[in-house]
Write a protein that binds this ligand. Structure first.
Ligand code: NAP
Length: 504
């Protein structure tokens, strides 16, 4: 498939897996990658992850340059590239500090199962003997790979990366950098761009599939025999209609009002809104609707759209013309039940490029009745957000829940009672909640940035998966087995954390 430069529309590369022996790639991961990783102890694997991350850091400029061809400004590219190697570095540190100096993890304390203490139980975690196939979305070609790769390597599981076609050229270069660094054990990492016919047919109970992308593709993959019959461990991170909520106390003139407005604009324009965590629904008290709409529109008017390397540009292009068409179609659906408060989906002033040849789009702010269905159902994967007024704070949990499960929600308020009831009311529908006031905002990592130490994922529409999450993400790649027996057997297990897998 041909891929065009997002900014100029010129042909950039072709992406295809034709001629690749995919069966052999799977076998190579199993026969070579698994054993070469299993031979390393956790601290050695953590060192591999660190060296790999540092190699990417050393050559990040190359990745920024390529990212610009996918429409990303330098700060967009940093979210993906620096966010990617930064995530790997956090995992490396977790691997060094929180995993034993060995190859297995023995959990908890022995649990007495008999009255006399002659029969006890304990959980042991060992490396799965299969491989991880990661299938990624186009919007995070580097971070998306590394947040899955780092925990898999720590767990001793070899990986085949399958990037999304529109930005596969960036992932390919990142993989090249990691391989050229010469730090990865043989077979630990392979890359397949394009279609992956037949790969899922080869996967079984020791393998994992980590998918990030649209809910429609997630549903197709989830229905595959590999998942339904052979119990491949399958995780999906899909699309999501994330919310941000303005507290009734945060009236114009308060720092919290400004924080909310700034954050909505940042989330709409970073990576031209192509972030799975971007704010799609901004809930504001009815009385503050007009003022919020005006303040957001004023800031959006200062956004400069254009070629990522042109002077003054603050928002780049979408990844391609198809994506722009898709976003316009979704905006049209949203517009049927709302008003256009800022921007024209058919027209945008562009600096340093041709507005039609490049995949440029104006930021679009819509306003709608919160009882309309479309804002809670339609994802426009671009610089698009809908402002939704609520009459009573007690309505907020129900309104937010209409998104049927999201990756993240944020609330901006200094009213502890409002925050407490909003957190309790919406937590079950989210993987992550961000609460901001003037004090915490000064150190905030941001609504849209998942942290590797914490859960990234969400229930329902968001895919039902948990990707990042520190040690949990490493454990996801290990098999937990309850071992029952005499205390001496279980004690020996605990001592054997520094032993070899074969020695258990
Ligand atoms: P997509 O069209 O669903 O594609 C995702 C990945 O699946 C791509 O690598 C694609 O490859 C691959 N794919 C498609 N059909 C396949 C099949 N039958 N077998 C194996 N692989 C297959 O999604 P996208 O357009 O790249 O990404 C945008 C969506 O991802 C948005 O909806 C966004 O919300 C979501 N997203 C979610 C998260 C999250 O963490 N929750 C993060 C980022 C993005 P090809 O590109 O080669 O077709």
């Amino acid at each position: 498939m041909a891929v065009a430069d997002a900014v100029t529309g010129e042909a950039l590369c072709r992406v295809s897996s034709d001629g690749l022996d995919l069966e052999n790639a799977v076998q190579h991961a199993r026969r070579v990658g698994g054993p070469s990783l299993h031979a390393l102890r956790f601290p050695e694997r953590a060192a591999v992850v660190k060296s790999m991350a540092l190699a990417l850091s050393d050559r990040k400029e190359e990745l920024y340059e390529l990212s610009a061809r996918a429409g990303a400004t330098r700060s967009d590219a940093k979210v993906d590239v620096d966010g990617g190697f930064g995530t790997a570095l956090v995992y490396s540190s977790i691997g060094r500090k929180a995993l034993p100096d060995g190859r297995i993890v023995v959990e908890d304390e022995p649990i007495l199962l008999g009255k006399e203490g002659r029969f006890v139980g304990r959980h042991v975690l060992t490396s799965r003997r299969g491989l991880a196939l990661q299938i990624n979305a186009f919007n995070f070609p580097v971070w998306g790979m590394l947040e899955k790769l780092a925990p898999a390597l720590l767990a001793g599981v070899p990986t085949i990366v399958k990037p999304a076609t529109p930005t596969a050229f960036i992932t390919e270069h990142a993989v090249r950098i990691m391989l050229e660094a010469g730090v990865l054990p043989d077979g630990a990492l392979q890359l397949v761009c394009g279609f992956v016919p037949g790969v899922l047919d080869q996967l079984g109970g020791q393998d994992l599939v980590g998918f990030t992308g649209s809910a429609a593709t997630a549903a197709r993959l989830r229905a595959h025999d590999a998942v339904t019959r052979r119990s491949v461990r399958f995780t999906a991170e899909a699309d999501s209609l994330n919310s941000s909520i303005l507290g009734p106390d945060a009236v114009p003139g308060t720092p919290e009002f400004d924080i909310f407005v700034d954050q909505v604009v940042v989330e709409m324009t970073t990576k031209a809104g192509q972030k799975c965590t971007a704010i799609r629904r901004a809930f504001v008290p009815h009385a503050l609707y007009e003022a919020t709409a005006e303040a957001i529109a004023e800031k959006l008017a200062a956004v400069v759209v254009g070629a990522p390397d042109a002077d003054g540009v603050t928002m780049g292009a979408l990844v391609g013309l198809d994506q722009r068409e898709d976003v316009r179609t979704q905006i049209a659906k949203l517009s049927r039940s709302g008003d256009l408060l800022f921007g024209d989906p058919g027209k945008v002033d562009v600096v340093g490029a041709d507005a039609e040849r490049g995949a440029f789009l104006s930021p679009i702010l819509l306003g709608a009745d919160p009882d309309a269905r479309a804002p809670h159902e339609v994802e426009a994967f671009g610089p698009v957000c809908t402002l939704l007024p609520f009459a009573d704070p007690a309505d907020v949990p129900d309104l937010v829940a209409r998104g049927e499960g999201s990756l993240v929600a944020s609330m901006v308020s200094a009213d502890a009672d409002f925050v407490r009831s909003a957190v309790v009311g919406i937590a079950a529908h989210h993987g992550r909640l961000v609460v901001l006031d003037q004090r915490s905002a000064t150190e905030s990592t941001g609504h849209g940035i998942p942290m590797p130490q914490l859960v990234h994922g969400g229930p329902g529409r968001a895919g039902g998966g948990e990707e990042a999450g520190g040690l949990r993400a490493v454990y996801h790649h290990l098999q937990r087995t309850a071992v029952q027996g005499g205390p001496e057997v279980v004690d020996a297990l605990a001592r054997s954390t520094s032993g070899s897998l074969a020695g258990i």
